[in-house]
Write a protein that binds this ligand. Structure first.
Ligand SMILES: [Cu+2]
Length: 109
């Protein structure tokens, strides 16, 4: 019994038991070094993704151009932009002023 408790405690401490809740999850994409990090983000449906501009000077945007959505406002250093993904699918995006900056959000059911 004591050993079992010890193992449970170790598992809890190691993070093995930290289950993400499925609804209302949050994820973050950093913008730094002229890149979206991570460039390919995998999330569950219902997750809100926040893009954070971690640059010192450059401003960027988040533009889901292929969906025909409006480009986000320009994100200056320290600013954020958020979108919630309720439908499964693959969502490619670019940075408006820097079309070479690309990223994808893959939304799983
Ligand atoms: Cu950019």
């Amino acid at each position: 019994m004591k050993a079992a408790l010890k193992i449970m405690l170790l598992l809890a401490l190691s993070g093995a038991w930290s289950f993400p809740c499925l609804a209302g999850e949050a994820a973050e994409v950093r913008i730094e070094g002229m890149q979206f990090v991570p460039q390919h983000l995998k999330i569950r449906a219902g997750t809100s993704v926040t893009w954070v501009n971690r640059e010192k000077r450059n401003n960027h945007s988040v533009f889901f151009e292929k969906e025909g959505l409006a480009e986000s406002d320009r994100l200056f250093p320290g600013e954020t932009w958020q979108r919630t993904f309720d439908q499964p699918g693959s969502y490619p995006y670019v940075c408006g002023p820097h079309p070479d900056m690309t990223g994808t959000v893959d939304v799983e059911p």
